[in-house]
Design a protein around this ligand. Structure first.
Ligand SMILES: Cc1cc2nc3c(=O)[nH]c(=O)nc-3n(C[C@H](O)[C@H](O)[C@H](O)COP(=O)(O)OP(=O)(O)OC[C@H]3O[C@@H](n4cnc5c(N)ncnc54)[C@H](O)[C@@H]3O)c2cc1C
Length: 170
Protein backbone atom coordinates (compact mmCIF):
# COMPACT_ATOMS: atom_id res chain seq x y z
CA UNK A 1 0.00 0.00 0.00
CA UNK A 2 1.28 3.46 -0.87
CA UNK A 3 1.59 5.60 2.24
CA UNK A 4 -0.14 8.95 1.95
CA UNK A 5 0.35 10.91 5.11
CA UNK A 6 -2.22 13.57 5.97
CA UNK A 7 -4.97 11.78 4.07
CA UNK A 8 -8.08 11.05 6.07
CA UNK A 9 -10.11 7.86 5.93
CA UNK A 10 -13.54 7.28 7.45
CA UNK A 11 -14.30 3.69 8.43
CA UNK A 12 -17.98 2.98 8.95
CA UNK A 13 -18.55 0.25 11.53
CA UNK A 14 -16.53 -0.84 14.56
CA UNK A 15 -17.00 -4.58 14.19
CA UNK A 16 -13.89 -6.65 13.79
CA UNK A 17 -13.69 -5.77 10.07
CA UNK A 18 -13.73 -2.02 10.68
CA UNK A 19 -11.23 -2.32 13.52
CA UNK A 20 -8.89 -4.48 11.43
CA UNK A 21 -9.11 -2.08 8.48
CA UNK A 22 -8.53 0.95 10.70
CA UNK A 23 -5.50 -0.70 12.27
CA UNK A 24 -3.83 -1.43 8.92
CA UNK A 25 -4.64 1.99 7.45
CA UNK A 26 -3.41 3.82 10.55
CA UNK A 27 -0.17 1.85 10.45
CA UNK A 28 0.24 3.01 6.85
CA UNK A 29 0.12 6.64 7.86
CA UNK A 30 -3.49 7.58 7.28
CA UNK A 31 -5.60 9.52 9.74
CA UNK A 32 -8.46 7.17 10.45
CA UNK A 33 -11.79 7.85 12.14
CA UNK A 34 -14.14 4.94 12.85
CA UNK A 35 -17.84 5.79 13.01
CA UNK A 36 -19.97 3.38 15.03
CA UNK A 37 -23.68 3.91 15.47
CA UNK A 38 -23.94 1.64 18.50
CA UNK A 39 -22.95 2.38 22.08
CA UNK A 40 -20.33 -0.38 21.91
CA UNK A 41 -17.69 -1.68 19.51
CA UNK A 42 -17.77 -5.31 18.38
CA UNK A 43 -20.65 -5.42 15.90
CA UNK A 44 -22.44 -8.76 16.01
CA UNK A 45 -20.54 -9.77 19.15
CA UNK A 46 -21.98 -6.82 21.07
CA UNK A 47 -25.51 -8.01 20.39
CA UNK A 48 -25.06 -11.80 20.41
CA UNK A 49 -26.85 -13.86 23.02
CA UNK A 50 -24.52 -14.87 25.88
CA UNK A 51 -24.51 -18.61 25.23
CA UNK A 52 -23.30 -18.29 21.67
CA UNK A 53 -19.69 -19.09 20.83
CA UNK A 54 -17.28 -18.29 18.06
CA UNK A 55 -17.40 -21.18 15.63
CA UNK A 56 -13.70 -20.85 14.84
CA UNK A 57 -11.20 -21.59 17.54
CA UNK A 58 -9.50 -18.63 19.21
CA UNK A 59 -6.14 -19.23 17.53
CA UNK A 60 -7.85 -18.58 14.18
CA UNK A 61 -9.56 -15.34 15.18
CA UNK A 62 -7.37 -12.39 16.10
CA UNK A 63 -5.56 -9.51 14.42
CA UNK A 64 -2.24 -10.79 13.12
CA UNK A 65 -0.28 -8.12 15.01
CA UNK A 66 -2.23 -8.41 18.26
CA UNK A 67 -2.47 -11.87 19.84
CA UNK A 68 -5.07 -12.50 22.52
CA UNK A 69 -3.73 -10.69 25.64
CA UNK A 70 -5.42 -13.30 27.84
CA UNK A 71 -6.26 -16.96 27.37
CA UNK A 72 -9.78 -17.23 25.94
CA UNK A 73 -11.86 -20.36 25.72
CA UNK A 74 -11.17 -22.62 22.78
CA UNK A 75 -14.36 -21.21 21.26
CA UNK A 76 -14.49 -17.71 22.78
CA UNK A 77 -17.64 -16.20 24.24
CA UNK A 78 -18.99 -12.82 23.05
CA UNK A 79 -17.68 -11.29 26.28
CA UNK A 80 -14.17 -12.54 25.55
CA UNK A 81 -14.28 -11.31 21.96
CA UNK A 82 -15.46 -7.88 23.10
CA UNK A 83 -12.71 -7.74 25.70
CA UNK A 84 -10.19 -8.64 23.02
CA UNK A 85 -11.48 -5.98 20.61
CA UNK A 86 -11.50 -3.29 23.30
CA UNK A 87 -7.90 -4.17 24.13
CA UNK A 88 -6.94 -3.97 20.44
CA UNK A 89 -8.59 -0.56 19.96
CA UNK A 90 -6.85 0.67 23.09
CA UNK A 91 -3.49 -0.83 22.12
CA UNK A 92 -3.51 0.71 18.64
CA UNK A 93 -5.14 3.97 19.81
CA UNK A 94 -7.81 3.73 17.15
CA UNK A 95 -10.14 6.72 17.04
CA UNK A 96 -13.57 5.10 17.41
CA UNK A 97 -16.56 7.41 17.70
CA UNK A 98 -19.43 5.57 19.32
CA UNK A 99 -23.02 6.70 18.85
CA UNK A 100 -22.06 8.22 15.52
CA UNK A 101 -24.38 6.92 12.85
CA UNK A 102 -23.39 7.56 9.25
CA UNK A 103 -26.45 8.71 7.35
CA UNK A 104 -25.07 9.34 3.88
CA UNK A 105 -21.97 9.56 1.75
CA UNK A 106 -21.66 12.08 -1.01
CA UNK A 107 -18.85 11.86 -3.48
CA UNK A 108 -16.90 15.04 -4.16
CA UNK A 109 -14.25 15.53 -6.79
CA UNK A 110 -11.38 14.25 -4.64
CA UNK A 111 -13.08 13.22 -1.45
CA UNK A 112 -16.22 12.01 0.27
CA UNK A 113 -18.57 14.09 2.33
CA UNK A 114 -19.72 11.99 5.26
CA UNK A 115 -22.97 12.97 6.92
CA UNK A 116 -23.43 11.54 10.38
CA UNK A 117 -25.60 11.91 13.44
CA UNK A 118 -24.61 11.94 17.08
CA UNK A 119 -26.25 13.19 20.26
CA UNK A 120 -25.64 16.80 19.21
CA UNK A 121 -27.42 16.44 15.88
CA UNK A 122 -26.37 16.02 12.25
CA UNK A 123 -22.92 16.92 11.04
CA UNK A 124 -20.68 16.63 8.00
CA UNK A 125 -17.00 15.91 7.63
CA UNK A 126 -14.75 15.30 4.63
CA UNK A 127 -12.46 12.34 4.04
CA UNK A 128 -10.32 11.32 1.09
CA UNK A 129 -11.50 7.72 1.38
CA UNK A 130 -14.27 5.75 3.05
CA UNK A 131 -14.25 2.10 4.09
CA UNK A 132 -17.72 0.62 4.50
CA UNK A 133 -17.47 -2.12 7.14
CA UNK A 134 -21.10 -2.23 8.20
CA UNK A 135 -21.34 -6.02 8.20
CA UNK A 136 -23.04 -8.23 5.70
CA UNK A 137 -26.19 -8.30 7.79
CA UNK A 138 -26.63 -4.54 7.84
CA UNK A 139 -25.71 -3.47 4.33
CA UNK A 140 -29.22 -2.49 3.32
CA UNK A 141 -29.45 -0.11 6.22
CA UNK A 142 -26.63 1.92 4.80
CA UNK A 143 -28.24 4.13 2.18
CA UNK A 144 -27.95 6.29 0.26
CA UNK A 145 -24.50 6.55 -1.24
CA UNK A 146 -24.40 9.20 -3.92
CA UNK A 147 -22.12 7.84 -6.57
CA UNK A 148 -20.78 9.58 -9.63
CA UNK A 149 -17.69 8.40 -11.42
CA UNK A 150 -15.22 6.79 -9.02
CA UNK A 151 -14.97 3.05 -8.60
CA UNK A 152 -16.52 1.61 -5.47
CA UNK A 153 -16.37 -1.81 -3.88
CA UNK A 154 -18.45 -3.29 -1.13
CA UNK A 155 -16.70 -5.94 0.97
CA UNK A 156 -19.41 -8.36 -0.14
CA UNK A 157 -17.84 -8.24 -3.59
CA UNK A 158 -14.65 -9.74 -2.17
CA UNK A 159 -16.51 -12.98 -1.57
CA UNK A 160 -16.80 -13.32 -5.30
CA UNK A 161 -13.01 -13.75 -5.31
CA UNK A 162 -12.44 -10.75 -7.52
CA UNK A 163 -8.85 -9.94 -6.68
CA UNK A 164 -7.99 -6.40 -5.64
CA UNK A 165 -4.28 -7.15 -5.85
CA UNK A 166 -2.35 -4.36 -7.49
CA UNK A 167 -5.08 -1.78 -7.02
CA UNK A 168 -3.65 1.26 -5.26
CA UNK A 169 -5.58 3.79 -3.21
CA UNK A 170 -4.79 6.84 -5.29
C1 LIG B 1 -23.28 -16.49 16.35
C2 LIG B 1 -22.23 -16.08 15.37
C3 LIG B 1 -21.09 -16.86 15.22
C4 LIG B 1 -20.11 -16.50 14.29
N1 LIG B 1 -18.98 -17.23 14.19
C5 LIG B 1 -18.00 -16.86 13.35
C6 LIG B 1 -16.77 -17.57 13.28
O1 LIG B 1 -16.58 -18.59 13.94
N2 LIG B 1 -15.82 -17.14 12.43
C7 LIG B 1 -16.01 -16.04 11.66
O2 LIG B 1 -15.09 -15.65 10.93
N3 LIG B 1 -17.16 -15.34 11.72
C8 LIG B 1 -18.16 -15.72 12.54
N4 LIG B 1 -19.31 -15.00 12.60
C9 LIG B 1 -19.54 -13.95 11.63
C10 LIG B 1 -19.31 -12.55 12.18
O3 LIG B 1 -20.30 -11.80 11.55
C11 LIG B 1 -17.89 -12.09 11.82
O4 LIG B 1 -16.97 -12.87 12.53
C12 LIG B 1 -17.60 -10.65 12.20
O5 LIG B 1 -17.91 -10.40 13.53
C13 LIG B 1 -18.29 -9.67 11.30
O6 LIG B 1 -17.71 -8.43 11.57
P1 LIG B 1 -17.97 -7.14 10.70
O7 LIG B 1 -17.15 -6.06 11.29
O8 LIG B 1 -17.79 -7.44 9.26
O9 LIG B 1 -19.53 -6.81 10.85
P2 LIG B 1 -20.40 -6.51 12.17
O10 LIG B 1 -19.89 -7.28 13.33
O11 LIG B 1 -21.82 -6.71 11.75
O12 LIG B 1 -20.11 -4.96 12.43
C14 LIG B 1 -20.68 -3.96 11.65
C15 LIG B 1 -20.76 -2.69 12.50
O13 LIG B 1 -21.16 -1.60 11.68
C16 LIG B 1 -22.01 -0.76 12.44
N5 LIG B 1 -22.81 0.04 11.52
C17 LIG B 1 -23.70 -0.42 10.59
N6 LIG B 1 -24.23 0.62 9.92
C18 LIG B 1 -23.66 1.76 10.43
C19 LIG B 1 -23.79 3.16 10.14
N7 LIG B 1 -24.63 3.60 9.19
N8 LIG B 1 -23.06 4.05 10.84
C20 LIG B 1 -22.21 3.63 11.81
N9 LIG B 1 -22.04 2.31 12.14
C21 LIG B 1 -22.76 1.40 11.45
C22 LIG B 1 -22.85 -1.75 13.26
O14 LIG B 1 -23.44 -1.12 14.38
C23 LIG B 1 -21.78 -2.78 13.64
O15 LIG B 1 -21.15 -2.45 14.87
C24 LIG B 1 -20.30 -15.34 13.51
C25 LIG B 1 -21.44 -14.54 13.68
C26 LIG B 1 -22.39 -14.90 14.59
C27 LIG B 1 -23.63 -14.04 14.74
Amino acid sequence: MVCQKNKRIAVIGAGISGIAAANVLKKNGYEVVVFEESTEIGGVWAVAYPQVRLQNISSQYYLSDFPWPFTPDLHPTPTQILEYLRAAVNNFQIDVRLKHKVLALEEQEDSWRVRFQNKDGCHEDTFEYVVVATGQYTQRKHRPITRTCRRNWHTLALRLSRSLAGIALT
